[in-house]
Design a protein around this ligand. Structure first.
Ligand code: GLV
Length: 332
């Protein structure tokens, strides 16, 4: 019998069409865009057994896995991050996990450059001056040069490295920290990219921190008040986050932005998401924010969705997947 794949949504049309056309599987879903989580769960239960969950659902936890039933073989997400998925629960049920790394690196790195420049050039303040009709010198908030800025990247993985490659040509000095130095062969020919052991030391040497790591037990809350106060020799530095919101202690960041010991922040990711519309961050002129859309281009979202579909179909058939998480690392 054919594996039954449930698509909860979150996939570009080109990928849904591919699922629908594939006659080696039975496709269930996607539900209407406005369907609630309860309705989605109900639809999954009504269609048991489900062998593959292919698309974006947040969170994917025991409730979802129970709804799919005991024959579930694979969960495939159209994202590189999988902190919204209970990996130990998948591991204990021997459910495989596919994600969509690499094809989005450039898009997130482009978002990083956008946020770096918008933050340094005080985008919100400029917009305010523009719309006020008063373009006089006194009314325009001056920014700072990116050239010669000391940038410290937290997490030189696939995304962090692409951020470094794109920032280096602006003439900044790039340092990074990670669990270990990235093999030199990967970084030669791209200007200087100095490894610094530990985030504290990195902050001491940086004007701006760029967060590009994933969220896990060791990165949660890593960028807090102590680190933030070290930036730019204590004169108020900048933070850009294209990784995950909870890596930064957001309460500390908000205080820093208000009190001036953080000069500006450019955030694609926050905590929680979505940010409630009355959240204090939204009212701060020195915070440039995006609604977690670092990969939001047609090309990249199409690629991610297609990779998600391929992972899901292969996984449901018990075949090799293009990008599978090594569950052995997460089994308790
Ligand atoms: C984006 O945040 C992703 O995980 O793909």
């Amino acid at each position: 019998t054919k594996p039954r794949i449930f698509c909860p949504g979150g996939l570009r049309p080109v990928a849904v069409e591919q699922l629908a056309r594939n006659d080696s599987i039975v496709l269930i879903g996607p539900p209407p865009e406005k369907a609630s989580r309860a309705e989605i769960l109900q639809l999954i239960r009504e269609n048991q057994p489900i062998h593959g969950l292919v698309g974006y659902l947040n969170p994917v936890n025991d409730e979802v896995l129970d709804a799919c039933g005991p024959e579930l073989k694979v969960v495939s997400t159209p994202s590189v991050g999988f902190d919204h998925i209970s990996v130990p629960s998948l591991a204990s049920r021997s459910v495989r996990l596919g994600h969509s790394p690499s094809i989005l690196n450039h898009a997130v790195a482009e978002t990083c450059v956008l946020l770096v420049l918008a933050t340094l050039r005080k985008w919100n303040g400029m917009q305010k001056a523009l719309k006020s009709g008063d373009w006089s010198v006194n009314h325009i908030p001056l920014g700072n040069d990116l050239r010669h800025l000391n940038i410290g990247i937290i997490g030189l993985g696939r995304v962090g490295l692409e951020c470094a490659y794109r920032l280096a040509p602006f003439g900044c000095v790039i340092r990074y920290t990670d669990i270990r130095p990235v093999p030199v062969a990967t970084v030669t020919g791209q200007g200087s990219l100095e490894y610094v052991p530990g985030a504290d030391l990195l902050a001491e040497k940086s004007d701006m921190l760029v967060v590009a790591c994933d969220l896990n037990a060791s990165t949660r809350g890593m960028v807090g008040e102590r680190l933030l106060r070290k930036l730019r020799g204590g004169k108020g530095g900048w933070v850009v986050n294209v990784g995950r919101g909870p890596v930064v202690d957001q309460d500390a960041l908000v205080r820093g932005l208000k009190e001036g010991w953080v000069q500006g922040a450019g955030l694609d990711v926050m905590d929680p998401e979505p940010l409630p519309p009355n959240h204090e961050l939204l009212s701060l002129e020195n915070a440039v924010l995006l609604p977690h859309q670092g990969t939001a281009t047609v090309e990249t979202r199409d690629s991610m969705a297609l990779m998600c579909v391929e992972n899901g179909i292969k996984g449901a058939h018990g075949q090799l997947m293009p990008a599978e998480i090594d569950m052995a690392r997460y089994r308790k």
